[in-house]
Design a protein around this ligand. Structure first.
Ligand code: IPD
Length: 290
């Protein structure tokens, strides 16, 4: 049976808005969060409730599709070629428990391990991003008309003038952490002190929202080593449909798999994308990581 990706997208847009009520009704605090691996890796009852709600709705509507969600994920589970929903019920859980209004529900559909539908919704700012493969990407804010992405695709002029979203992830030791640290310090330091500083670095606590901002052209790039498919699947579709690039965090791989765990997203631009990627890769060098 032919799948209508547009229908899937319409369904997901309705679903994230319903799920948003669970998030908006919650009163989380830093004291009600539970640590998973460490205090940088947390979960709340709301993450679990949203995931359950979304999973049940998706399995009723699309019973043959596979499901991978952050909170129900079991180590070792592989994403297959089957149509698979990849869900982060709350991306930006740390922001959520602090009341910092940058968290979202992120639902991606991947087929043959490639993102084909993406819906990301930040209920605190009523900001929605969505895309369907081959049909472009859109954003909508409360009381504003829907806009097609990108909002900006002026030429990229290398790292110097760039505003780059960089996330730390939850590792605080080991090769992923060391590489994130290296990228951060190199992009902060002057050439005289061994770096190549950029206009600005941003760490806003939600990989999905940051990639959507890159898709819009509001930031030049997003970098993280150590995040997971559910952090990027939906936003990846939005980025690609807007004309942005998602490449491997390591030099040479222009087409990373969905579960690469190491991502560099570059904004849409009429020119300069490849040069930008090469410049960024030269900062990374041959460091190993995930
Ligand atoms: C986290 C956020 C954060 C990123 C972490 C993710 P969560 O997702 O996307 O920006 O740095 O790697 O785990 O845990 O809030 O869903």
């Amino acid at each position: 049976e032919e799948i209508s990706l547009r229908d899937v997208s319409d369904f997901l847009i309705g679903l994230v808005k319903e799920a948003a009520d669970i998030i908006l009704d919650a009163r989380p605090t830093t004291n009600t969060a539970t640590s998973k691996k460490n205090t940088a890796d947390i979960v709340t009852e709301t993450d679990q409730a949203v995931e359950k709600f979304v999973q049940e709705a998706l399995s009723r509507k699309y019973p043959t599709f596979a499901f991978v969600g952050e909170e129900s994920y079991k180590s070792g589970v592989r994403i297959t070629d089957q149509p698979t929903f990849i869900v982060d019920p709350i991306d930006g859980t740390s922001n959520f428990v602090h009341g910092f209004p940058a968290s979202c529900i992120s639902i991606g559909l991947v087929i043959n391990r490639r993102p084909v539908v993406g819906v990301v919704y930040n209920p605190f700012q009523e900001e929605l991003w969505s895309a369907v493969q081959g049909e472009g990407a859109f954003t909508q804010r409360a009381n504003h008309p829907r806009q097609q992405l990108p909002l900006n695709n002026t030429p990229l002029q290398g790292l110097g003038p760039a505003c780059i979203g960089i996330e730390w992830g939850s590792d605080r030791e080991g090769p992923n952490f060391e590489l994130n640290l290296k990228v951060f310090t190199t992009l902060s330091r002057t050439a005289a002190t061994g770096g190549r500083f950029v206009n600005s670095l941003r760490c806003t606590g939600s990989a999905a929202i940051t990639i959507c901002r890159v898709a819009a052209g509001q930031q030049e790039a997003f970098w993280e080593c150590g995040c997971w498919a559910w952090d990027v699947a939906a936003a990846w579709c939005i980025l690609a449909e807007a004309g942005g690039l998602m490449v491997d965090g390591h030099p040479g791989n222009w087409r990373p798999p969905i579960d690469n765990r190491r991502y560099l997203a570059v904004r849409p631009a009429v020119s300069g994308q490849e040069t930008f990627v090469e410049e960024f890769w030269s900062v990374i060098g041959n460091d190993r990581s995930t």
